[in-house]
Design a protein around this ligand. Structure first.
Ligand code: DGL
Length: 266
């Protein structure tokens, strides 16, 4: 495939969570032009049904690919990836990279053999996660909890608002109360929003509990797929949102420090 040097990488999430993947991608490919799309009109995905998420994500990514002509798309969202990755790959003619819970690296890190997994309600019930567990964590104990409140907390934190420690304490308490929960030494952050709360999670779980997410692995995968291609950015990276532009209010600093221009409406 002949790729224009100005052709962007499209990163997609329901909100700002995918910025954790964006940060890793910028380290791996600093010259690559990126369009980050936040489906704020559809946020949160984690409380929606599989059918709603699949239709929305496949439809939006089809339209975005047509408009922005990206060289590669990355679904920087565990919820959307575990449900709709196959469908999106069927729709788009470019490479599509997904984000799935980092169970494999967590299984390599744990010493106690007990891993906690924090995700959205929709993610933790996916067969995709059962398969990852069977493939990479058989013989380990994987304890899953849904933490929908943390998605909103991460969105608010990036807009400069404080995080309610009770929200994090609740996630910790629910995991600790599960059989074997006291032995957790590794935490899979199975939602791209959650690494934005890494300090708060460390305060609740203790800094000796390892936090594992997929961002760096995804950035490496993208860099590998684009090996040999050239990059020529035409300006700052772009941050686009679905729904009213007011949804991006408060993100100005977070966007500017990451090299984005002002938020745009999709
Ligand atoms: N950032 C998304 C994920 O990785 C989910 C947030 C949401 O519920 O929309 O799962």
């Amino acid at each position: 495939m002949n790729v224009e040097a100005t052709s962007p990488i499209l990163l997609f999430d329901s909100g700002v969570g995918g910025l954790t993947v964006y940060d890793a991608l910028r380290k791996a490919l600093p010259e690559a032009p990126v369009i980050y799309a936040a489906d704020l009109a559809g946020l949160p995905y984690g409380t929606k049904t599989e059918a709603q998420i699949a239709a929305r994500v496949a439809g939006l990514l089809g339209r975005m690919a047509e408009r922005y002509q990206p060289r590669l798309a990355c679904i920087a969202c565990n919820t959307a990836s575990t449900i709709a990755l196959g469908m999106v790959r069927d729709v788009l003619e470019i490479p599509v990279v997904g984000t799935v819970p980092a169970i494999k690296p967590a299984a390599a890190v744990t010493r106690s053999g007990t891993i906690g997994l924090v995700g959205t309600e929709a993610t933790i019930r996916q067969a995709y996660v059962d398969d990852l567990e069977a493939q990479f964590a058989s013989g380990k104990r994987l304890l899953r909890v849904a933490a929908p409140g943390l998605v909103a907390a991460a969105e608010a934190k990036l807009r400069g608002q404080p995080v309610d420690p009770a929200l994090i304490a609740d996630v910790h308490a629910r995991l600790a109360a599960m059989p074997g929960g006291a032995d957790i030494d590794t935490l899979v952050l199975a939602c791209t929003h959650f690494p934005l709360l890494s300090d708060e999670l460390a305060a609740a779980f203790g800094s000796d509990v390892a936090q594992v997410d997929g961002a760096e692995g995804i950035a490496r995968r993208i860099a590998h797929l684009l090996e040999g291609q050239s990059f020529a950015a035409q300006g700052p990276n772009r941050f686009v949102v679905t729904g009213p532009l007011t949804g991006a209010q408060g993100l100005e600093e977070a966007l500017a420090t990451r090299g984005f221009g002002p938020a745009e409406a999709f």
